[in-house]
Design a binder for this molecule. Sequence first.
Ligand code: HEC
Ligand code: HEC
Ligand code: HEC
Length: 432
Amino acid sequence: MLKRIVYGVCGAAIVGLCVFSIYAWYPAIDPVIPAQTDYSPEIIEQGRVLAAAGYCSTCHTPSGGTPYAGNYEMHTDFGTIYSSNITPDVETGIGNWSEAAFSRAMRIGVSRDGHHLLPAFPYEHFNKMTDADINAIYAYIMTSVPAVNQVKKDNDIPFPLNIRWFQAGWKLLFADTQPFEVNSEKSAEWNRGAYLAEGVAHCGACHTPRNALGGEKYDQMYQGAAIDGWIAPSLTSTSTSPLPWRSQDFYEYLSTGNSLYHGSAAGPMAPVMHDGLSALPDSDLRDISNYFADLDRTTKMDESQSNKILQAAIDAQHQQPDQRIDEGARLYATACQACHYSSDQLVKGRLLITIGSATHLDKPTNLINVILDGVSSDQGISGVVMPGFRDALSDQDISAIAAYLRQTAGENIWPKLQQQVGEIRNQPRFEQ
Ligand code: HEC
Ligand code: HEC
Ligand code: HEC
């Protein structure tokens, strides 16, 4: 009897494995040499804009490296992953890929030779794009990106996660492979914003929390997540920002890199805005802004309520605590206040830090990152710099300033703050 059960279980497992391997197996798609290049200038231009909006070059170019030639290093919870060479080089890039092979990679994360790609490549978002948009990106890369011969470094992922075949199981469990769905209750502009955000611009790849195996939690879409030593804040009604994100705030932030009422696009958000969104036409940025404003609580907070919150924050900075007693207040006055002052009229780039998003997040990560390393000229507003205080202020100093700001902002001081400053100081710095 027992033997029979054992045979039965083994048999079922073998059948299961066979079925899974059939499911997991993809054929190679024949190489084409030379690949198609007879595209109209309009399609190539459309591809250029979309490739920028998807920041392909940000992830496919290490700092100081050749554009699109790959080996950009991504540190994930599962190990180090290197991006592929996607220049049209025949030997080491995608020079012999057909449109069909490219489209399959962008939609289901399978390489031309049939091997599964890791979701560090956000194919589950690119999947939302139309065929025409995916083909336009192909047209742009094949005709306009110079071919570079450079072999992809091997990913450094521990066994058994490095078995690419297992990715088929991951996809089955976690990947959203549905095409973009038009919401017929919303306007065409709203749908355009959603299409861009969910697809090519893949906002959710950073702003949606992930489960233990790295799958996006679609029921918590855009509710905020940790990414590359930063926090990508919630973009929904769960945002901790004291002032609402109205459509014009999103637009201002996404088009200039800074919102008067919330702060700067620094860290991993900087290339999204500078390399990516800035390539899109103005109407697309407006549509993305309207889409996100619709997810925020804008409609639920009236103007007079937000004006009251703002006025209270402006007033609070005039009620300075005794600087002889409060070390944080004293350090703030000497290190920060010269630039971050505010009269009744807020000034762009001179953030009233007590209303800024970084002060109100559940974790001090972004505020401490900014104090340590500042905001460089290619982050936040172009050409505008905040100096970093990595060498000038100790962990104790930074923790005192952060505590002072939290208290002034009416929030509890983050637990184990000084220890967290030390940890954040020692984490790898985000490199663009
Ligand atoms: C967040 C980083 C990231 C972004 C953004 C990104 N990629 Fe990638 N891409 C990767 C990584 C990492 C790999 C390699 C994955 C692996 O080793 O399985 C990859 C692989 C690929 C491949 C497969 C190449 C091969 O030889 O199998 C293609 C094609 C590709 N990317 C195209 C694009 C295009 C086009 C864009 C922009 C629309 C883009 N990628 C944006 C990270 C990214
Ligand atoms: C590569 C990861 C990444 C991607 C992709 C990304 N973001 Fe972000 N985003 C971040 C990080 C990190 C921050 C925090 C930046 C800071 O505080 O300086 C941020 C901040 C923001 C903020 C400010 C939120 C606040 O409360 O201060 C907005 C708005 C935003 N992102 C919108 C978007 C939109 C829209 C997209 C897609 C078009 C997008 N992000 C794509 C990482 C990302
Ligand atoms: C020399 C002027 C200057 C000093 C001094 C300065 N800042 Fe800034 N800070 C700026 C500017 C300018 C920006 C906006 C940069 C941009 O968007 O390009 C900024 C942005 C910020 C932001 C928003 C970052 C984000 O990602 O949302 C915070 C928070 C901040 N500063 C905190 C501080 C603190 C705390 C101190 C003192 C330790 C300080 N700053 C000192 C000029 C300064």
